[in-house]
Design a binder for this molecule. Structure first.
Ligand code: ASP
Length: 378
């Protein structure tokens, strides 16, 4: 009799074969094990370290959109929740333990004080209570720079808050949302990001809210920081900051209790400009007027006289530029000292408007004080 025909040996062989089969089959079913591994990163032999905790606050935008048949590039924004967006990104769980909260689901052309105040309150709360090491905000790209700049000025903590969006909706061949979201979580979770506060991550680049602006209506490479360049670069395997961590601001602005920022209008300058739009803004009781001036923040003579009238009445008048890069300096072509104007420096009209709103809300309205706040980064 063949010794392998022995009943005990046969049992032994069956057991070995079964164990081998289970062992070989394991990789096919290893996803839960890998996820569990991802929850705890090995630090040193015998030691484990918890992954950083990141909270995703979803607000809408193209990143939460899905393709629609209305045209080759048609889509509906605000279709998918933050939770669903995270599920669409394989490997994201390796960077952080992630949870998601839905703040709104709107196109960012509809972004408003209510959502801003909610975001600010929740982020301050998250960091005050130690609920997370970083926050990611999914957001439409149209007004992302404004939300980022607003948050930079009202969040107390310097822990990372990363805004991210996409230029293409989910479901199209060139969708950029999943990789942008992966990189945003990677940046929010990185120890290198501690102390950097609010940032924007888009298309492999990391930007400071003060500098970033959207420069192209459709291209994936739309966000640039014209006067400074990106503060860093990111891909799914690495993060490289090329700018130092700035000294933390001493204070952030307080938000008005009535939930609304004061009225500040932007008036766009052009050739053949008269005083009508500026006079309308004054009649509408604007507390501030930002000029998207030609060149280095200039306007026609008629408009200049209207601006001087506004400043005399106590309206905060800020000269910014429609050009898109460069600085608007004081007292070059315009006598700002004499007219009581503020020069916006590098702040584009939409960010100059926001800062003016925050300053007025905090009782800062004299041209000298307002100018000092605009210059605060330098
Ligand atoms: N209109 C969209 C938005 O800003 C565009 C985008 O997200 O790219 O919400």
């Amino acid at each position: 009799m063949n010794k392998f025909a022995h009943p005990v040996s046969a049992h032994f062989r069956t057991t070995i074969a079964a164990a081998l089969a289970i062992f070989l089959a394991l990789p096919l079913y290893s996803a839960p094990a890998a996820a569990a591994d991802a929850e705890q990163q090995t630090n040193a032999p015998g030691q484990t370290k918890q992954l950083p905790r990141v909270i995703v606050l979803a607000t809408g935008g193209t990143i939460s959109g899905t393709a629609d048949a209305r045209s080759a590039i048609g889509y509906n924004s605000g279709e998918r929740t933050g939770q669903q967006l995270i599920k669409d990104v394989p490997g994201i769980e390796k960077f952080a333990t992630i949870s998601a909260e839905q703040i709104s689901n709107i196109g960012s052309q509809d972004m408003n004080d209510k959502v801003w105040f909610q975001l600010a309150k929740r982020i301050n709360e998250v960091f005050d209570r130690g609920e997370a090491d970083g926050v990611v905000i999914t957001h439409g790209t149209d007004t992302m720079e404004e939300t980022a700049f607003f948050l930079k000025n009202v969040i107390h903590s310097t822990k990372p808050v990363v805004l991210v969006g996409s230029m293409r909706p989910g479901g199209v061949t060139s969708a950029d949302g999943p990789n942008n979201l992966l990189e945003a979580v990677e940046v929010a979770a990185s120890p290198q990001s501690q102390g950097r506060g609010v940032m924007v991550v888009m298309n492999d680049t990391i930007h400071d809210p003060r500098w970033i602006t959207k420069t192209n209506t459709t291209s994936l490479q739309t966000f640039l920081s014209p006067n400074a360049g990106p503060i860093g670069y990111v891909d799914p395997a690495s993060i490289r900051f090329v700018a130092p961590v700035l000294a933390a601001r001493k204070s952030s602005y307080t938000l008005p209790a009535d939930g609304q920022l004061p009225r500040v209008e932007i008036v766009f300058a052009h050739s053949n400009m008269d005083a009508t739009q500026i006079d309308h803004a004054i009649a509408d009781k604007a507390k501030g007027i930002v000029i998207a001036g030609v060149g280095d923040g200039d306007v026609s003579n008629a408009a200049m006289l209207a601006m001087q009238r506004a400043a005399k009445m106590g309206v905060v008048v800020v000269r910014s530029s429609r050009v898109g890069s460069g600085f608007v300096n004081r007292n070059v072509e315009v006598d700002d000292d004499k007219s009581g104007f503020v020069a916006s420096l590098d702040l584009n009209p939409e960010k100059a408007r926001l800062l003016t709103q925050l300053l007025i809300a905090n009782g800062i309205t004299s041209p000298a004080q307002v100018q000092a706040a605009f210059s605060a980064t330098y």
